[in-house]
Design a protein around this ligand. Structure first.
Ligand code: SF4
Length: 395
């Protein structure tokens, strides 16, 4: 059964509405269940106003579970934008086709130079991003760039247009070991409203992308919803949690991560009417951790430095630092249009110092291609060190 079938059968609205009605007793029941025993109804209870009154208890439970499963570690990655050329128009994005922004697609030499700048700062995991341009940044382009950059760092992920299983297999063979696909919004009506033109309008093709990537043998799969598009946001939270639950069953060999990106200002000028508040974001991160004890949770530089530091101990396991969201931005900042404005402008060294000051270890590398040849990831494994096992440090 695919996740589309699961979505048909999951009463997302009803479950999300439960969060508003959940009593103190419902919250207590959800909190007191052992890890792995909570369901989507418990998750919804943990997102509601009654749970908000117990946010300290949520945070403590989430912190305990995260430390038990992941130790005190944070995996570091860097986004590397290869192109902002795009043939789609999404109303929230600074790369939308209709916007008059400076466009740039990096040839492989420029991309290699960007990768080396990031490697010099310590990064061993690069997330390569492009807009959706079928000719300029198709599979051949990506294969060439993945091959070149996998000579620079050992871990390469892609956050680009979605592909067929066969195309994901070609990307894996080139050296890609991670694929990130945000559904943006799981609500079909909102999806149609925000994705105005171009291939990204294909809701079904996108939502089944993570399963195709997993079937092709991509080792790490990332999903997420862009918080601020669909309202109420709790429906989005329930849908992304259901998606993660499904993937932990059908793609049990893969490492799974869930991102919780909030919309940021961009050249699109779009801003949400009712943004998710900081407190709601904290609640969401804790609730995701309590529902999904083995899943990595990702927080990017979309969030302010102070909030990011407070969220690390509560459940965040993967983070970026010193990010640029324009192609070529590490070597030549601002020469091309950005996808969105980052909120945490600290340097990589400053972010790492803050992580260490909290008693956590910044992990630069937790996997090597040579391990893929000899050993499949452990069932439910997420490539992160288990508590008590020393992480592989900077290679
Ligand atoms: S979200 Fe992706 S597809 Fe949509 S405009 Fe931005 S880059 Fe293009």
């Amino acid at each position: 059964m695919s996740f589309l079938d699961v979505m048909e059968r999951t009463p997302v609205r009803e479950i999300a509405a439960h969060s508003g009605r959940a009593s103190a007793a419902d919250v207590e029941r959800a909190l007191s269940k052992p890890a792995g025993a909570r369901d989507l109804w418990d998750f919804a209870a943990l997102l509601g106003p009654s749970a908000s009154e117990r946010i300290e208890d949520l945070a403590a439970a989430s912190r305990r579970l995260t430390e038990r499963r992941f130790g005190r570690t944070v995996h570091m990655y860097a986004p590397l934008y290869l192109s902002n050329d795009c043939l789609s128009t999404c109303s929230y994005c600074g790369f939308a086709r209709t916007l008059p922004v400076a466009r740039q697609t990096l040839p492989v030499e420029r991309a290699g130079a960007e990768g080396r700048l990031l490697a010099e700062q310590g990064f061993r995991h690069l997330l390569l991003l492009t807009g959706e341009h079928q000719k300029l940044t198709g599979v051949d382009f990506l294969v060439e760039h993945v091959r070149a950059l996998s000579q620079v760092v050992p871990q390469i992920s892609l956050e680009v247009q979605v592909w067929s299983e066969e195309q994901y297999r070609a990307l894996r063979e080139a050296g890609c070991d991670g694929v990130v696909i945000y559904q943006e919004t799981y609500d079909r009506g909102s999806y149609r409203r925000f994705h105005i033109a171009g291939k990204k309008r294909r809701y079904e093709w996108r939502i089944e992308g993570p399963e195709r990537a997993a079937r092709a043998g991509i080792r790490r799969i990332g999903i997420g919803a862009l918080l601020g598009l669909h309202e109420p946001w709790r429906e989005e939270a329930v849908a992304v949690a259901a998606h993660a639950q499904h993937l932990t069953k059908v793609a049990w060999r893969q490492e799974l991560t869930v991102s919780v990106p909030r919309l940021r200002p961009s050249a699109s000028g779009y801003s949400p009417e009712h943004p998710v508040t900081d407190r709601e974001l904290v609640q969401l991160i804790c609730a995701l951790r309590l529902l999904l004890p083995d899943v990595g949770l990702v927080l990017s530089t979309r969030e302010e430095a102070e909030l990011r530091d407070r969220l690390v101990p509560l459940g965040i396991t993967h983070t970026s630092a010193g990010s640029h969201t324009e192609p070529g931005g590490y070597g030549e900042p601002d020469a091309a249009g950005r996808q969105f404005e980052v909120a945490d402008g600290r340097s990589v060294a400053e972010v790492v110092a803050a992580i260490r000051a909290m008693g956590y270890e910044a992990v630069w590398k937790d996997w090597d291609r040579t391990m893929s040849a000899s050993a499949a990831p452990a069932p439910g494994g997420n490539g992160r060190p288990r508590s008590g096992v020393a992480p592989v440090s900077r290679a």
